[in-house]
Design a protein around this ligand. Structure first.
Ligand code: GDD
Ligand code: MG
Length: 297
């Protein structure tokens, strides 16, 4: 099966980290975000990942020059201009010649969602598309979904004000899609999956969903980017090239390559990106330190 992975956004909420590279090329513990995402797809039987690229495609192309990532074949679909989520999926599917049922997903999602069950649910219902749902406390920054007990989606509302959210089940950013959906998406203009294509499928009664309450993080904000590192590392992770002075105290943190922590410094619930440093006696807590940056007392 092919998977289309959306990685073309500007990553504005993660600026300045995303000024030089797309968010999916930011490191999460020991490798770029995209390798975690594509690796999980590969573990579920995906044989080709079609990367839907827009912003800084060169960073992906130079990181994976042989066209393979985490053991999965890549296809690069570079948009001439940002086409928004549905436009990007349609452009990528047409460019890569995707003709069978495929997976589409946002490139910033980490989860243990049972993808094979999602595919089975999709095949069993005959829906045009089946979306994964996860519960969250504050649905207002997500696509909020209401569905029938049989899984048919009744409403899809993208980013409603908190008090108007019709449920706390949200679009987890992973879909199984029938190729006929591509024909619904107009060419050559931006089209939003969440604001246009899904609501159209809801009206036609052809959008289904499957809910699962498990591990799920959209790593697209600073707080979530920090949280996902803590979850993946599950304790402290120190890269072999990092330099930790005797007497430095590190707790529940990720220290990346060539980062340095001087004597007497304390680093807690934090991420030191490559080549960053923390000076003697400085205190760093719940923070992400940018590459090459230096924290003084
Ligand atoms: N190729 C391409 N072109 N990719 C894009 C574009 C575009 O114009 N715009 C955004 N993307 C990519 C981003 O890089 C990201 O991987 C994905 O599409 C989703 O964009 P985000 O900016 O991360 O969206 P969001 O987090 O606000 O909301 C989306 O994800 C939520 C769950 O994580 C929506 O799908 C919500 O409905 C959903 O709940
Ligand atoms: Mg996101």
């Amino acid at each position: 099966m092919d998977a289309l992975v959306l990685v073309g956004g500007l990553g504005t909420r993660l600026r300045p980290l995303t000024l030089t590279r797309p968010k999916q090329m930011l490191p999460v513990v020991d490798r770029p975000m995209i390798e975690h995402v594509v690796g999980r797809l590969g573990a579920h039987g995906v044989t080709r990942a079609v990367l839907s690229l827009g912003y800084r495609p060169d960073v992906f192309e130079s990181a994976y020059p042989d066209g393979r990532c985490a053991g999965v074949e890549l296809f690069y679909a570079v948009e001439p201009e940002p086409l928004d989520t549905a436009g990007a999926i349609a452009f990528a599917a047409r460019s890569a010649g995707v003709a069978d049922t495929f997976i589409a997903m946002n490139g910033d999602v980490f989860s243990d969602f049972p993808l094979l069950d999602l595919i089975h649910a999709h095949n069993a219902s005959g829906a045009a598309a089946t979306i994964a749902l996860t519960p969250v406390a504050d649905p207002s920054r997500y696509g909020v979904v209401v569905c029938d007990p049989d899984g048919r989606v009744r409403a899809f509302v993208e980013k409603p004000p908190a008090e108007q959210a019709p449920s706390r089940w949200i679009n987890a950013g992973m879909y199984v899609v029938d190729p006929s959906v591509i024909d619904l998406i107009p060419r050559d203009r931006p089209v939003s999956m969440e604001r246009e294509t899904f609501p159209t499928l809801v009206e036609q009664g052809r959008l289904h969903a499957m809910a699962h309450d498990g591990f799920w993080i959209d790593a697209g904000t600073p707080a979530a980017y920090l949280e996902v590192q803590m979850a993946v590392a599950d304790g402290t992770h120190i890269h072999p090239t990092a330099k930790i002075a005797p007497g430095a105290r590190i707790a529940n943190s990720v220290i990346m390559d060539h980062a340095e922590v001087a004597a007497g410094a304390r680093v807690e619930d934090a991420v030191l990106l490559p080549h960053s440093s923390v000076e003697a006696n400085a205190d760093v807590k719940r923070a992400i330190i940018s590459p090459d940056h230096h924290i003084a007392v």
